[in-house]
Design a protein around this ligand. Sequence first.
Ligand SMILES: NC(=O)c1ccc[n+]([C@@H]2O[C@H](COP(=O)([O-])OP(=O)(O)OC[C@H]3O[C@@H](n4cnc5c(N)ncnc54)[C@H](O)[C@@H]3O)[C@@H](O)[C@H]2O)c1
Length: 358
Amino acid sequence: MSQSTLRYAVIGAGGISAVHLNAIATQLGVEVVGISDPAAPAQWRLPEGYGHAPKFSDPAKLLRETRPDLVSICTPNKYHAELAQLAFAHGAHVACEKPMAMTLAEAGAMEAARARAGKHGGINFSYRNLRSFRFARELVARGDLGRLLRVNCVYLQSFLGAPAQPYSWRNDLALAGFGALGDLGVHMLDGVSFITGLDYQRVVGLAQTLIAEKPDAAGHPQRLTTDTNAAWLSELTGGIIATFETSQVAPGYGNFFRIELSGESGTLAVLSDSPDDLWLRAGPTLTRYATWQTDLPKQALPTEFMRGAKPVTPGGIVRAIRGEPEAEYPTFADGLRAQRMLHAIGESMRSQAWATVG
Ligand SMILES: NC(=O)c1ccc[n+]([C@@H]2O[C@H](COP(=O)([O-])OP(=O)(O)OC[C@H]3O[C@@H](n4cnc5c(N)ncnc54)[C@H](O)[C@@H]3O)[C@@H](O)[C@H]2O)c1
């Protein structure tokens, strides 16, 4: 296990860059060697303490001059593939934001570049770090729910429907690739396969754009070209039916991400708003009898489990680079799995039929 100082850089200094820098701050022996963003540094949204980090407007110059060991890619989705490949070509490991890429072909090229370079590549599926999601995964893997029977997943927000919320790159298909489907849907796809351990086989889906236009930050009206909401039905390994719904225009919802599963001997639900609780009714005797009273008691996670926090993706990659045995992070292979589903949902929408997840 090597303890030499790791050189770390960030490309894209917007909102999510703070999550990456905060994750890195939990790891000893990592030096921030540079941050790159084409916007004026006054607009960068870094956490406190990074004002003196070397600043670049050109990511290629940052990589050439600072030679980082690990790079976080925190830009709009359009640039993920190009920048990840550039970072691998400069000998760096990569922690990339989700969705991995704009298309399945781009995501495949990213994984191929990672494998050629022999580097770590992680996708920031940040909900994997919620303790409730991790505990749910353990319950399923240990068989506490018995044979899995059904999955339902919803991820609802309201912010995009608010008139005061300006148009942004997220509403431009050419920069984002997807709307709610890519922004929230990938977390749902990854979350369900993370908790169940299952993969997707086929899917039929539908997406809509319920807001035609919005003013941008300068007050000019802009047309939305991305979806504001989507729903899909899919079949998991073993024929299990999983239903999904996402929206960014659902009044009353903040950041409501819920996964519910039933097996032969129990039902379990986790919710992003309550990361240290789960809803569970399980056990062979309890579930042996029919009930007409719906009752999924909310339970606190065991204290001992609460101590086992994992750092989000860039922190996990630092541990993996150092060869720590418990190191773990969502990989490019996980990103590809979600990207295959996004691709198949798009195919199903075009053909108005089931699509196989290839
Ligand atoms: N994992 C999560 O839960 C999560 C949450 C939020 C955002 N994200 C993802 O993070 C990424 C960025 O989102 P955000 O919310 O930080 O957006 P943002 O708009 O707050 O920031 C994006 C930043 O990237 C910069 N940028 C644009 N083009 C660039 C380029 N070519 N090179 C370098 N920088 C460039 C912009 O100037 C801006 O500062 C997206 O892929 C988004 O999907 C993930």
